[in-house]
Design a protein around this ligand. Structure first.
Ligand code: HEM
Length: 215
């Protein structure tokens, strides 16, 4: 039962992560991407990348708080989908927006702090994505865990990029910043310990019927 539940959840995760892309392609084909489609693609892909990055960061604290492991299997696909949207975001920027004129692209990135922060985030996500295979995990051993902590830098940097690119209203980027900050604090040893204790109480108090439904 638990295996079936986990498989269903994984399929749902793939569908949920791919559906914004399907909607984007549909809107593009229908000519429904506002009067500035390139900017609309830029904004949507950036937002999806950040949301998926935040969701992948949320897996470990959820697992600790609810003493459940199934959620951990979603961490990798969510992280890879975040990277996929970040790549589309970057491709849109260098291809559709700047026509692959690399001298111009680099000059622009170097001049704008928001673009520099975005580029740095992208490089961190790229490093984590290419080393996310089981092979790399085995080969790098302990170093792999340390390397994958780069996401703890990538997420706040993505928020900084979001804040710096905002023209006036920074409430939304700040809300993401708050969520990322809470998720990172939940990883610190004292908070993690407290969460785990609460998780223990939660699982002891959980009605037996609910355990059966998930097991
Ligand atoms: C590869 C380097 C990157 C470049 C050159 C870049 C560039 C841009 C540009 C030009 C915009 C739109 C600015 C506007 O039209 O007002 C933008 C928005 C955004 N980007 Fe990036 N970006 C990069 C990487 C990233 C990454 C890695 C993430 C997230 C993981 C990200 C998340 C966002 C978000 C959330 C927005 C705002 C979306 C909104 O306002 O709804 N970007 N970026």
């Amino acid at each position: 039962m638990r295996r079936r539940w986990t498989i269903a959840l994984r399929i749902l995760t793939h569908l949920a992560a791919l559906s914004p892309l399907a909607i984007l392609i549909w809107d593009f084909a229908q000519g429904q991407l506002t009067v500035n489609p390139i900017q609309e693609i830029q904004l949507r892909t950036g937002k999806y990348a950040l949301i998926l990055l935040v969701l992948s960061l949320a897996c470990t604290p959820i697992s600790t708080a609810f003493r459940t492991t199934w959620v951990l299997s979603l961490r990798r696909p969510l992280g890879l989908y975040a990277f996929m949207y970040a790549s589309l975001h970057f491709l849109n920027f260098i291809g559709l927006d700047y026509g692959f004129d690399f001298a111009f692209i680099w000059a622009d990135i170097a001049q704008k702090r928001f673009a520099l922060a975005g580029f740095a985030t992208f490089l961190l996500l790229l490093t984590v994505a290419v080393t996310s295979t089981r092979r790399c995990m085995k080969r790098l051993g302990k170093k792999w865990e340390r390397l994958h902590r780069l996401v703890y830098i990538a997420a706040p940097l993505a928020v900084l990029h979001f804040i710096w690119q905002a023209k006036a209203d920074i409430r939304e980027p700040l809300a993401y910043g708050l969520i990322v900050a809470v998720l990172l604090v939940m990883r610190t040893p004292p908070v993690k310990r407290r969460l785990s204790e609460l998780g223990g109480k939660f699982s002891r108090n959980r009605p037996a019927r609910e355990d059966k439904a998930h097991g």
